[in-house]
Design a protein around this ligand. Structure first.
Ligand code: AMP
Length: 469
């Protein structure tokens, strides 16, 4: 076997290729054999069009089976896959295309796959070494230009194998897949676990609680972002019975609120398994399959991952080294040099701490740290206090310019209440400099497609709160 990731994934496909890979909402299905044949034809078309090993193939389209075929065909042809979020504007796409210079840019995925019916199938995967590039994932950077994380065949294979093992996947599993496939979560984490075990996926174009409720009756594992779980819990149709056949609910891509974890356990009797990852390393830590899953903790580093806290304090920026960590940023040696330590650890930009037994807790992004009157305020610490208050469903704490303090702490809160009462309650539980100076009530928080609260937008929105501008 060469180091080509497709070869590794296909080795997990079921011996009986008539077994289903995709179970579609309309009742039809796509078998592993059909997927494999389609991948061979599309890989053949890519090669016939002149795509060479190492060339980039970009796809921007709605989620579909055709998109998965193009992803796998790109790997098989030895090329580098570049997924682009369908929500990107023309100007954003223009930047990615100029930066990555793909040999092929596909927007009509169904058309591309259909037209490959005439192509000569590519029989064997193009040989690749583990160090060869498999994919470029542009980070959803909120400051400056987005950077392309360079993930190799070896990075992705190592992570896929670690997760397959850690989460106990077997051919008897059925994975509910409602995530987008332009992001590492739906593209690598979910698909690779299914492929390595040769199990089927209940394939949903996007999250809809009605469809997920139906899908869960066939599924044994669900992967989601925290908002999937809050939306399920908001639906009275989601009961213990609905969740009964599911052995594992996994959450990641954004912090899972302890209240969601608790409510989920009360409703279903099951504990959500939270894990932590990022585009630059896929999955880094996970709560255990067997053993205690704790609300608010992201668990232990996966086997092979070295994790340490930089800066010499108990709480600091999480640094990691291991087989899945990207080699650097595409055509950006300066950023690569900045984000790696001299001894080869990647600075994640997430602030966290470790228990003596190695368990990891994340307290937010380093760039979200607030410095008010010279004191460091970790937004997560304040959010946890606010989230406990009656009437508060969820909160997001940010720092905005303040004439006296440099930055002032602002709490944006989903819920009902009085600003003065929330501030007073927070002051009763936190040092005065950490308590919010202003509280704004909203109906919802701005989130990106992966459910992450966009704090940069909150900082912009409330930038003038203390300056009166
Ligand atoms: P992305 O590269 O878009 O996948 O975003 C990665 C970032 O998402 C990480 O650096 C974390 O800030 C955040 N993240 C992912 N999973 C978790 C989690 N379980 N808890 C807290 N933050 C998370």
């Amino acid at each position: 076997m060469s180091g080509n990731l497709y070869e590794r994934l296909a080795a997990g496909f079921p011996a009986d290729r008539t077994r289903p890979c995709f179970l579609l909402s309309d009742g039809s299905q796509v078998s592993y054999g059909e997927l494999e044949a389609s991948v061979a034809r599309v890989a053949g078309r890519l090669v016939a069009e002149g795509v060479r090993p190492g060339d980039r193939v970009a796809l921007q389209a709605e989620k579909s089976v055709a998109g998965v075929v193009i992803y796998l065909a790109t790997l098989k042809a030895g090329a580098v896959y570049l997924p682009l979020n369908g929500a990107y504007t023309a100007a954003e796409v223009d930047y990615f295309l100029r930066d990555a210079e793909p040999a092929v840019y596909i927007t009509d995925d169904l058309g591309y796959v259909a037209a490959a019916a005439e192509a000569t199938p590519l029989a064997a995967p193009v040989a690749r070494t583990p160090a060869d590039l498999a994919s470029i994932i542009y980070t959803s950077g909120t400051t400056g230009r987005s950077k392309g994380a360079m993930l190799s065949h070896g990075n992705l294979a190592a992570n896929a194998e670690a997760l397959h093992e850690a989460w106990g996947f077997t051919p008897d599993d059925v994975l509910l897949h409602a995530l987008p496939i332009f992001h590492v979560h739906g593209l690598f984490v979910a698909l690779h676990c299914a492929f390595l075990s040769g199990c089927p996926m209940v394939w949903l174009p996007k999250f809809s609680d009605a469809e997920v409720l139906t899908g869960l009756s066939r599924a044994t594992v669900m992967m989601g972002v925290p908002t999937f779980y809050t939306r399920l819990l908001a639906n009275p149709g989601f009961t213990r019975d609905t969740a009964d056949g599911v052995r594992l609910f996994i959450s990641g891509s954004a912090p899972l609120l302890p209240s969601t974890f608790d409510e989920f356990e009360a409703r279903t009797g099951q504990r959500i398994l939270e894990r932590y990852g990022m585009s630059e390393a896929v999955i880094i830590t996970s709560n255990p399959l067997e053993g205690e899953r704790i609300a608010g903790s992201v668990g232990y580093p996966l086997p092979g991952v070295e994790l340490r806290i930089g800066g010499g304090e108990e709480t600091g920026v999480i640094e990691i080294r291991g087989p899945s960590v990207a080699g650097g940023y595409w055509r950006n040696p300066e950023k690569t040099a900045e984000e790696f330590t001299p001894d080869g650890f990647f600075r994640t930009g997430d602030v966290g701490r470790r228990d003596p037994d190695g368990r990891v807790w994340i307290s937010g992004r380093a760039k979200d740290l607030i410095i008010s009157g010279g004191y460091n305020v970790y937004p997560k610490e304040v959010e946890l206090v606010l989230d406990e208050l009656p009437g508060v469903t969820e909160s997001a704490v940010v720092g905005v310019p303040h004439p006296d303090f440099g930055e002032g702490v602002v709490a944006v809160v989903i819920g009902q209440g009085e600003e003065a009462a929330v501030i007073a309650a927070a002051r009763g539980r936190l040092a005065a400099y950490k308590a919010p100076k202003r509280v704004v009530f909203v109906d919802e928080l701005p989130r990106n497609a992966m459910g992450k609260v966009q704090k940069n937008l909150l900082r912009e929105r409330y930038a003038g709160l203390f300056s009166g501008s």
